[in-house]
Each structure stands twice: as C-alpha cells, then as structure tokens.
Write a new protein. Structure first.
Length: 357
C-alpha cells in the first residue's frame, strides 16, 4: 500500500508541474525604449486620418516632431520624422486649401528657428533641426519652384555638411536635392552634381550618388539584355520592342516570393499581346534543383534567367537591384521605367504604359 501511495503522489506531482508549466506566461516582449514610444506616438498623431485640418493640428504635429528630434536626434527614426514634418503639406491636396500648405511650412520653420537657438541643446539635436530646416526649404521649392531659391537651399545643405553630426542626415537631403536639380533645372545638372558627390567623404552620400548615376546611365538608351533561359531558348530584350517588359526577380528558396508570382500572373492575363514577363532567379548554383522545382510548382511558363550568381551578375548592380523579390519595368521602347514596381499595382501601371504613345 505504501508503494501505491508513493506512485499516486508522484503522478500527482507531475500533473501539478505540467499544469504550472502550461499556465506559465509567455516570455515578455522586449520593452520599448522611450525613444521608440515617442517615435510611435508621433507617427500615430501624424497619420490620424480623422483629424481635422486646423492651426491646432499643425501645432500638435510640429510640437511632437520637434520634441522627438531634440530628445532623440540619433534614433533610427529621425530621418523619417524629418521628412514627415517637412512634407506634411503634401497631405493637403485640395486646391482650395492651398494656403494651408504655405501656412504650415511657415509655422514649421518659425518653430525650428526657435528650437535651434535654445540654450543647452546638443550638437546632435542642432544637426537634426538643421536637416529639418533644409527639408522644409526643399518642400517650399517644390511647392513654388524658382531658380532664385536654389542657392539658399544649397547653402543650407553645405552648412549641414559642415555641422557636427550633420552627415547623419546628409544622404537623404542630398538625394532630394538631386531630384530637385533633375526635375526643376535639368537632368544634366542633376547628373553633374551626382558626379561631384561621388567624391564626397561620407560613404553614404557617395554610395547614394553611385546608385543614382546607375539609373541615370540606364535611362539614356534602350536597355540591352541577352541571355539563354533555363529551357535553352535565347532571350533578347531588343526583340521585345513594342511590348512592356517586366523582369520579375525572385528566389526559388523563398516561399515568400510566391505571392508576387501570383500577382504577376494575374497582371499578365490582362494583356498578353503587349506585355512580356522575364523571370530572373537570384539563387546559388547549389540550389539549381530547388529553382527548377519552384518553376514547376508555380507553373511558370515565361523564360527564366539563372546563372547561379544570385545578385552578383553583370547587370543587376547597374539596376540597383541587390535582392529578391523585385520587379524591373521597361516600356515599349525598351527604356527603363523603375526597379521597384509594386506587384499589387502592376496591372494599373501596365495599362498606363501600354496605352502610352
């Protein structure tokens, strides 16, 4: 009897331990830092679609953004907050409310000036506020282009470059400035400035310039791409003139690419006569069998490029495509359109490009 009691007790203890384990709370998620919480609070306020357009809303958005930038200027969200604050006026699309756009950016620049000259502000915070001032001036130029406004914007950029901590924000601001030069002055002017930035001591700025110049070069003439597909058939982009072409880049080892493939197939059914798809596999040679299985499982009938070099082939870096998935579009003349086409919006973009004269 004693032995039986011991066994019963043991089973009871195991059952109790199992129950305790089953009821044990899941591991706590890592606590968010005050900077993370402040960034999320700004984002929530900024994206509040129900908020009414008013001076009070301007004040709230500006105050929250400036509070974040002065307290956490080195946080990874800082560049995004700067852009959101400076370009908040873009959310005001109604032409009848155009005066609000001007009123907002005027108020923003006034508050930035007040903050920049407060006592005790750190160098990093001063740099973040200077970058915000550049971005706000950038917005003003886009809203009301003027050749006379280019020089003040350039001077502010140069001042930001010279500030302690200023280069943390320089890549984004220089990239935006190049866009202004290209669209507001001339493509040649933008290209000249990009070549100048190639020699910039900040690697981020120089890398941005290299990437932008890649696209400048690729846009100059119809793109030339020839290869032999995995089924042995030759593919020549020049032979597809008159059709919109999508290079659909994927990895056969990633299940996450399937959704994109499905969306491309749906778009392809829209117009097979004037739309051509070319698949590109960013996979290693060792994964050849997986790639072939991916093609078969997903019923891919378009030609597929596979060389086992992943993203390190001769042409992908020139398109600034470094990983899958991605969609690169070319128009009916064989000219590069973009390297980041959203698969879910592909059908609408195809309609635009196909109907273009």
């Amino acid at each position: 009897m004693k032995l039986r009691h011991v066994i019963v007790a043991l089973f009871a203890s195991f059952s109790l331990a199992g129950a305790v384990c089953a009821q044990a709370p899941a591991a706590k998620a890592a606590e968010k830092s005050p900077a993370d919480l402040a960034g999320e609070a700004f984002g929530k306020l900024y994206n509040d679609k129900a908020a009414k357009l008013s001076q009070e809303r301007f004040t709230q958005v500006i105050a929250a953004g400036l509070d974040f930038l002065t307290k956490y200027p080195t946080h990874w969200r800082a560049n995004a907050v700067i852009k959101d604050l400076a370009f908040f006026g873009d959310s005001i699309r109604d032409k009848k409310l155009a005066a609000y756009r001007s009123a907002y950016v005027t108020q923003l620049k006034y508050e930035v000036t007040n903050q920049r000259y407060k006592e005790g502000i750190s160098n990093d915070a001063k740099a973040a506020l200077a970058a915000l001032d550049v971005a706000a001036t950038d917005f003003e130029f886009r809203d009301a282009p003027s050749k006379d406004a280019i020089m003040p914007l350039r001077e502010k950029l140069d001042a930001l470059d010279a500030m302690p901590g200023g280069r943390r924000f320089l890549r984004d601001r220089e990239s935006s400035y190049v866009e202004i030069l290209t669209r507001g002055v001339s493509p040649a002017t933008g290209e000249v400035h990009l070549n100048k930035l190639l020699k910039h001591p900040d690697k981020g700025v120089a890398d941005m310039a290299r990437s932008e110049l890649n696209i400048v070069e690729i846009k100059k003439v119809p793109y030339d791409l020839k290869f032999t597909a995995v089924d042995g058939k030759p593919v020549d982009l020049a032979a597809l003139r008159g059709k919109v072409v999508a290079l659909v880049i994927w990895s056969g080892t990633s299940a996450g690419n399937v959704t994109m493939i499905d969306q491309v197939m749906q778009a392809r059914s829209y117009n097979k006569k004037t739309f051509e798809v070319i698949g590109v596999s960013f996979d290693k040679e060792a994964d050849r069998e997986k790639v072939m299985k991916f093609i078969k499982d997903n019923k891919i009938t378009w030609p597929v490029h596979f060389d086992g070099k992943e993203a390190k082939n001769e042409w992908a870096p020139k398109m600034n495509v470094g990983r899958a998935p991605a969609i690169v579009l070319f128009d009916k003349k064989g000219m590069y359109v973009r390297n980041n086409q959203n698969a879910g919006q592909l059908e609408g973009e195809l309609k635009r490009l196909i109907e273009a004269k």
